[in-house]
Design a protein around this ligand. Structure first.
Ligand code: UD1
Ligand code: UDP
Length: 373
């Protein structure tokens, strides 16, 4: 039995790794070992429940308002213990969080091979996204297998000197997860969401959380959201608020009590996908949502200065609008006022995959382990 440890810390990692765990479970001769760092506590638990997964280890590292230093040091000691005890054949990590980087570093210290899912995304700007750009590059330096979602990502890795034969374009398993969940019809548990009628009001889904935007940029983004609902009386904003206190404070102080702005707790993945499906457009700074939206035909205004996901921008589904209040309001108004501008961004081809990334990742991992083992 080949033992494949999957390190999962935050909501997006849980969503993108879940289909790989499910695929490994049904693959003969392979066994997943799900190591939940719980860098995110409730948000990871919600995802695992949707996919009916139980962690084999729960490192339970989250503390309220944790610093990068605290997260990093807690991860090191707890991951060491699990990896020494279990001695997996390979460790898979996903994306660019601190759990991702520490998962790969701890595996390296124990000379365990590492597979990096969603490898090769770059902005080439050290502090944007922060600390994800550097987490991703450091993980590249350690990984033995690089699962690039797209050709753009593959080229970036090869250009940086990663041997071609270690890089595989497989798509992004977020699409596997999305297709799995989009097929379920799950009711909203929140009453306000259950009563939304997209034929009567245009729904804008909003999310925001990036560390590089904490402080002033956040205030500026929230003012934009407030101006948009004041300007358009047929618009309702639904905003599942990330639990990071540095996000909650400005969101609540600027948007709480504003008419036609519904602030809710983070939605479980089924309900969030349902929200995206009934939305007219999406305003976000999220990485994952840029990848999901083109499959659902929903335009995204991206509240960041730069993106490591240029494919969605090129496809026309995502527009980078920065964090300035005036620019966000202007770009959103264009989509709300002009059918032509809106239709141009309704793209139904997804550059991030076909829903079969997990199959490919498991197959390549098995081939690799049978070669090196
Ligand atoms: C983290 C990742 C970021 C990723 C994002 C996805 C790092 C450094 N950051 O950012 O790359 O894009 O997750 O959302 O790895 N909290 C809860 N409950 C939860 C989750 C979070 O209360 O279920 C609160 C806690 O107060 C916690 C804080 O949010 O301390 C911040 O969590 P953390 O994982 O450190 O950073 P994020 O901003 O969530
Ligand atoms: N998401 C969710 N519930 C929410 C908001 C987002 O399930 O209330 C999902 C979303 O569909 C995407 C992922 O969480 O798959 C993105 O997470 P986040 O924006 O926190 O992280 P990022 O992708 O920016 O790292």
């Amino acid at each position: 039995m080949l033992k494949v440890a999957l390190v999962v810390g935050t909501r997006p990692e849980a969503i993108k790794m879940a289909p790989i765990v499910l695929t490994l479970k049904r693959t003969r001769g392979m066994k997943p070992l799900l190591v939940l760092t719980a860098q995110h506590r409730r948000m990871c638990d919600d995802v695992l429940e949707v996919f009916k997964l139980q962690p084999d280890y729960d490192l339970d590292i989250m503390k309220p308002n944790q610093s990068l230093f605290e997260v990093t040091s807690r991860l090191a000691r707890r991951l060491e213990r699990v990896l020494r005890t279990e001695e997996p054949d390979i460790v898979l990590v996903q994306g660019d969080t601190t759990s991702t980087f520490m998962g790969s570093l701890c595996a390296y210290y124990l000379r365990i091979p590492v597979g990096h899912v969603e490898a090769g995304l770059r902005t080439y700007q050290k502090y944007s996204p922060f600390p994800e750009e550097i987490n991703r590059k450091l993980t590249t330096a350690i990984a033995d297998l690089h699962f690039a979602p797209t050709e753009v990502a593959r080229k970036a890795l090869v250009h940086e000197g990663v041997p071609r034969e270690h890089v595989f374009v497989v798509g992004n398993p977020v699409i596997d997860a999305l297709l799995h969940v989009a097929a379920m019809d799950y009711p909203f548990t929140n009453r306000k969401l259950a009563s939304l009628d997209p034929d009567e009001m245009r729904v804008i889904a909003v999310t925001a959380h990036r560390r590089e935007s904490h402080g002033k940029p956040f205030v500026s983004m929230m003012r934009a959201i407030r101006q948009i609902v004041r300007k358009y009386r047929d618009v309702v904003v639904v905003f599942p608020v990330h639990p990071n206190p540095n996000v909650r404070r400005p969101v609540h102080s600027i948007l709480h009590g504003v008419e036609r702005i519904v602030l809710v707790e983070p939605l479980d993945y089924r309900q969030f996908v349902k929200l995206l499906k009934l939305s007219y457009l999406i305003i976000t700074d999220s990485g994952g949502i840029q990848e999901e939206a083109p499959s659902l035909g929903k335009p995204v205004l991206l509240m960041r200065n730069v993106t490591e996901r240029p494919e969605a921008v090129k496809a026309g589904a995502v527009k980078v609008v920065g964090t300035d209040t005036g620019t966000i309001v202007e770009e959103c108004s264009r989509l709300l006022d002009s059918q032509a501008a809106y239709r141009k961004m309704v793209v139904r081809r997804n550059p991030y995959g076909d829903g079969r990334a997990s199959e490919r990742i498991v197959k390549i991992t098995r081939q690799y382990l049978s070669r090196v083992g």
